[in-house]
Write a protein that binds this ligand. Structure first.
Ligand code: PLP
Length: 396
């Protein structure tokens, strides 16, 4: 029998995954080409060839005892140093391997971060709508999420005034996810400046240390003029959780890292704690082949133009039909207002046209739905009649 704490979490698990399963059933009946599945954030741009070549080269030339053996829980020094230097060249910082702990993707990065930060009863502030898995990560350590409500008027920027009102002496961290899943919004420097100023004031007022956990798996997926601010430049007590799942299309490989800048409170002990948490949580270390490949490929980027085109075409197509959408500046998500309050019922209407979307309620953003457009361009084009048929009922 499973634990009492786990049972409700298992039963309530992931509307996104459920929709994905529905999609597989529909595909079996109608054929995959007739199902327009915008449910899951599984990148469909293949990982760059250079990465594959690097892996083959490593497999052929690396000492197998190094390649397949245990290592430091923080990961290979050469990988951590290569990442530090890549960040330094981009942000003008002076990070070294000591500031980087390799781990198994952003999910593990957040879990080892929270393991290091949270005691039972501590609070973590999250801005809705948000990636609901955060609730599970926070609950893993007996802490509680404290939600700041969505702010549609600002284009779903973080509501800083409400954040301030939600901070208590128990607040240990605020999660910032930029570019954002599910809205596709990118928070500009001006927003991060205000957020950092407000948190600094709260730290002073309460005499506590409040971290920003900057969850950045979509950092490189930005369009046009949009820029993702490097939050440690704005706020000292920042840890960055990064993943190659989206930026290099490697979600199955489980590779990412945590950056603990030297200006953050107690950073050396924090970095040591992250590595130790890797071990305690059974991650032990990030996959070694992936680490060695990343060390040789820090400058590689995914085909952002592909996502940008999908996002633009979907945005323009749906807007022309009467839908109200947030224009995405990054990631690969379109956040659309449901024409009826019941976003789940609306997604069912779309499903009848074999268009799979995720209800906003699955992200604590009711009244909206999310389209994950890391799909083929044909899927975007061929889904339009289904959207149009449903739109005509509401917008004429
Ligand atoms: N954070 C956000 C906002 C995400 O959207 C995801 C995955 O979809 C993750 C974290 C987890 O990413 P990873 O696959 O690297 O664990």
């Amino acid at each position: 029998m499973i634990s009492n704490s786990m049972r409700p979490r298992v039963n309530g698990s992931s509307a996104i995954r459920r929709m994905f399963e529905e999609g597989k059933k529909l595909a079996a009946v109608y054929g995959p080409e007739n199902v327009y599945d915008f449910s899951l954030g599984n990148p469909n741009v293949p990982a760059p060839d250079e990465l594959k070549d690097a892996m083959i080269h490593i497999l052929e030339t690396e000492d197998p005892l190094k390649l397949h053996g245990y290592m430091s829980n923080a990961g290979f020094e050469e990988t951590r140093q290569a990442i530090a230097e890549d960040l330094n060249s981009r942000y003008g910082t002076s990070y070294s391997a000591a500031n980087v702990v390799m781990t198994a993707g952003a999910g593990a990065a957040m879990n080892i971060t929270m393991k290091s930060l949270l005691d039972p009863g501590d609070e973590v502030v999250v801005f809705a709508p948000y990636f609901l898995e955060y609730n599970n990560y926070i609950a893993n350590f007996g802490a509680v999420p404290v939600m700041v409500s969505p702010d549609p008027e600002s284009g779903f920027m973080p509501n800083i005034a409400e954040m301030v009102s939600r901070i208590t002496p128990k607040t240990r961290a605020v999660i910032v996810n930029n570019p954002n899943n599910p809205t596709g919004a990118v928070y500009p420097a001006e927003v991060i400046t205000r957020l950092a100023d407000a948190l600094r004031s709260k730290q002073e007022e309460l005499g506590t240390v409040i971290y920003i956990i900057s969850d950045e798996p979509y950092r490189e997926l930005v369009y046009g003029e949009a820029k993702v601010p490097h939050i440690p430049d704005f706020y000292d007590n920042t840890v960055v959780c990064y993943s190659y799942s989206k930026s290099l299309s490697l979600p199955g490989e489980r590779i990412g890292y945590v950056l603990v800048p030297s200006r953050s409170d107690g950073w050396e002990e924090f970095a040591l704690s992250l590595a130790t948490a890797n071990r305690f949580l059974g991650i032990v270390n990030a996959p070694s082949l992936q680490q060695l490949a990343i060390a040789r490929c820090t400058e590689l980027r995914s085909n952002v133009g592909f996502y940008e085109k999908n996002g633009r075409d979907l945005y323009e197509g749906l807007t022309a039909m009467g839908f109200s959408c947030i224009k995405p500046d990054g990631a690969f998500y379109l956040w659309v207002k449901s024409p009826i309050d019941d976003d789940a019922a609306f997604c069912d209407e779309l499903k009848d046209e074999r268009v799979l979307a995720t209800p906003g309620s699955a992200f604590m953003g009711p009244g909206y739905f999310r389209l994950s457009y890391c799909v083929s361009h044909e899927t975007v084009v061929n889904s339009m009649p289904g959207f149009r048929k449903v739109a005509e009922r509401y917008f004429g």
